[in-house]
Design a protein around this ligand. Sequence first.
Ligand code: AMP
Length: 329
Amino acid sequence: METVVSGIRSTGNLHLGNYFGALKNFVKMQHENNCYFFIADYHSLTTHPTPDDLHGKVKQVLAEYLACGLDPEASTIYLQSDVPEISELYLLLNMNAYVGELERTTSFKDKIRKNPENVNAGLLTYPVLMAADIIIHNATRVPVGKDQEQNLEMARKFARRFNNMYKVDYFKEPQPYNFGEALVKIPGLDGTGKMGKSEGNGIYLFDDAKTIKKKVMKAVTDSGPTEKNSEMPEIIQNLFTLMDVVSDKSTIDFFREKYAECEIRYGDLKKQLAEDITNFNAPIRERILDNLSNNDYLRKVAKMGAEKARESASKTVKDVREIFGFKSF
Ligand code: AMP
């Protein structure tokens, strides 16, 4: 059994990319592994949310996690800020993290380019907090997308450095968990490639029928194929990639055939796709609304998760403090 840690930023609602690229797999793996899923609310502070926004978004993400099928009995689901041991490990790891290496990370360079007016120290040490999140449970596996590989490499580096500096074999080096062949990339419908929060092109699990229809009908298309059995350009393939995850095989076959025969009407395809996304979303959306209206349930889940996470985290911090040389009189 592996110890798996995965976090999600609380900066926005979950979209279809998050579901099919990550959550669907998490739901499956939670029964076979010792899983920790957390909401990275400390990390979201780098963008200075208002207090109301901070709480509201954390609540929304927790409600959505649960609505997707993460089971608080099978896994440990918690808020990062409910586990103060993470902050302590972050502080300790910061002492052995070098400014130069942090400045060189792609994510830092990217962030200062996008937000030159808010280059705070939290952004610089973002990978150190990520490393603390992971190694606090001595994780062996971290489910990551390609974009997160460098951050995981940093976590491995800090774990290795700690072991070398203090001549111990304490931290394991966490490895990526790639779900084998099952990894899918959900495209955006605006021709930019990936569906994502920062891309602003998400179809959210919380979106209702009207919103979905509006988004899907706006999808970029072309003037249609002119030769039978011709290859699809990426913007059209994107519509089919979405169909592949939400529609019936017979529906997909029908529209593929229409495309191959040059008889496709993108308006019909989009209408069907919007309907199938709405049907896919409906039960999840209902569960999200249920969860949001049941604050007692959310509080119970968060409390139970925090207790389980702190049990594992406090053991690590106690050991690390001892290794550093902190001793009581
Ligand atoms: P993010 O929303 O960028 O914090 O990503 C959370 C998780 O969802 C990560 O595991 C990502 O790899 C995954 N993810 C995000 N967008 C997509 C997408 N368009 N297709 C597949 N997986 C995605």
